[in-house]
Design a protein around this ligand. Sequence first.
Ligand code: GAR
Length: 191
Amino acid sequence: MKKLAIFVSGNGTNMENLLCRIREGKVRAEASLVVSDNPGAYALERAKKFGVESVVVDRKKFDSKENFEAEIQRRLAAKKIDYVILAGFMRILSPSFVRAYRDRILNIHPALLPDFPGAHAIQEAWEAKVRKTGVTVHFVDEGVDTGPVILQREVAVEANDTLESLEKKIHAVEYEIYPEAINLVLKGEVK
Ligand code: GAR
């Protein structure tokens, strides 16, 4: 079975959802490692509940991004990780990291890319008063939220939506399509 490392920075609901799908046998992979750049990430508590090994690699403890990423790469190599699954990981990986895991890093983004890239996509879509937004799962390339799209699903913004209700709808779609997209990649059904 392919070995996944799930990268998180915060709450970790996408990670937890994926761990549930793996436990149910709906995603056939091994969750070998959770990597957090944030020692306070609630995702770490969630990982513990599932008995998945986690490691904190705190950017503040490294004098450069290069050394920070080198430590992450050492951890991945030690676990023979096949795929990196970004699930609310709020750092940009450098081109050399991306090259080392070319076509093996997936990201979930809460908008219909190329619209609203970056860290505040739901809020920005809401403020732009768009009538539809959505969720994108894509491979990570050297740009920010620019890599090839694996799956995208629309979410309508209804007249009675609030920012909170829109966030809820987007998260619900994330929980559907991230496992689906990971399965497509694991089965070799995406190029
Ligand atoms: C998710 O909505 C994910 O799409 C978003 O962060 C949230 C993490 O939630 N990612 C980005 O905005 C990346 N640019 P979670 O920690 O509960 O899974």
